[in-house]
Design a protein around this ligand. Structure first.
Ligand SMILES: NC(=O)c1ccc[n+]([C@@H]2O[C@H](COP(=O)([O-])OP(=O)(O)OC[C@H]3O[C@@H](n4cnc5c(N)ncnc54)[C@H](OP(=O)(O)O)[C@@H]3O)[C@@H](O)[C@H]2O)c1
Length: 230
């Protein structure tokens, strides 16, 4: 796909991996709409020239209102990047049910709601792409990861279902599994960057590259590790 002039929604596109991906797509001439919840981050994205819309993906009402806006303003959609997500980490014996529920509400239900509405447009157009930003936590569990890991395994499972359902409509459903990326993910706020570890631009590169591949084929799943982190 040539991303120039394509209508692309990036959820959680106001910060981190989503924002950097949105910037890269905008540089290439795509019409990018970013979503998020935090007003300051939305204002910053607007100042950078994005159409930035408040939409908590865990709220069905807000997702439906967002798609009403999208259809009235742009008419259709070419690509959904399901990037909004977060993690909280604790050992099983300390795991709070409400933390698991809130992680699932965004990482699983939110991705499903956004994809469901996108898929309706894509089926009508007989064309589209969904990129789900998962994690290496969606490939392998680790201590303290129960809620987040389960949410990303669920996203991987849904990705396979959507791919099987939508391929015949020329919709490419792509899963990206980043390893640790230096953003403000989870409860971290970083003030130093380690040059040997992954940065948001590395994941943006992977996502944009996968989209730009000729539409006759697609990369089903792509995992990104730091080469030699120190
Ligand atoms: N950083 C890593 O190490 C890493 C590794 C593997 C995978 N990932 C995945 O990559 C994705 C992006 O993470 P990141 O590192 O870029 O995190 P980040 O810097 O914390 O950015 C997260 C973005 O998602 C938005 N967001 C969170 N919950 C949302 C919701 N319910 N509705 C709408 N927007 C929401 C945030 O905006 P608001 O604050 O306004 O809600 C923000 O724009 C996530 O799915 C994460 O699981 C991250």
């Amino acid at each position: 796909m040539d991303v120039k002039d394509k209508i692309i929604v990036v959820t959680g596109g106001t910060a981190g991996i989503g924002y950097t991906t949105a910037l890269k797509l905008k540089e290439k001439g795509a019409k990018v709409i970013v979503t998020g919840r935090d007003e300051n981050k939305l204002t910053h994205a607007k100042e950078k020239g994005f159409d930035a819309q408040k939409c908590d993906v865990s709220s069905e009402e807000e997702v439906l209102a967002f798609y009403d806006y999208l259809k009235s303003e742009y008419g259709y959609l070419d690509v959904l990047i399901n990037n909004a997500g977060f993690g909280k980490f604790s050992m099983l014996t300390d795991l709070k049910a409400e933390d698991l529920e809130s992680i699932f509400a965004t990482n699983v239900k939110g991705a499903m709601l956004m994809a469901r509405e996108a898929a309706k447009i894509f089926k009508e157009k007989d064309y589209g792409a969904i990129v789900n930003i998962s994690s290496t936590a969606g490939l392998k569990g680790f201590p303290g990861g129960s809620a987040y890991v389960a949410s990303k395994w669920a996203l991987k499972g849904m990705t396979e279902c959507w791919r099987a359902e939508l391929r015949k409509y020329n919709v490419r459903v792509i899963l990206i599994n980043p390893s640790e990326v230096q953003t403000d993910f989870g409860e971290k706020v970083r003030d130093t960057i380690n040059p040997t570890k992954l940065m948001a631009e590395d994941i943006a590169f992977a996502t944009v590259g996968a989209l730009e591949m000729n539409d006759r084929g697609f990369i089903t799943e792509l995992t990104v590790f730091a080469t030699n982190p120190k």
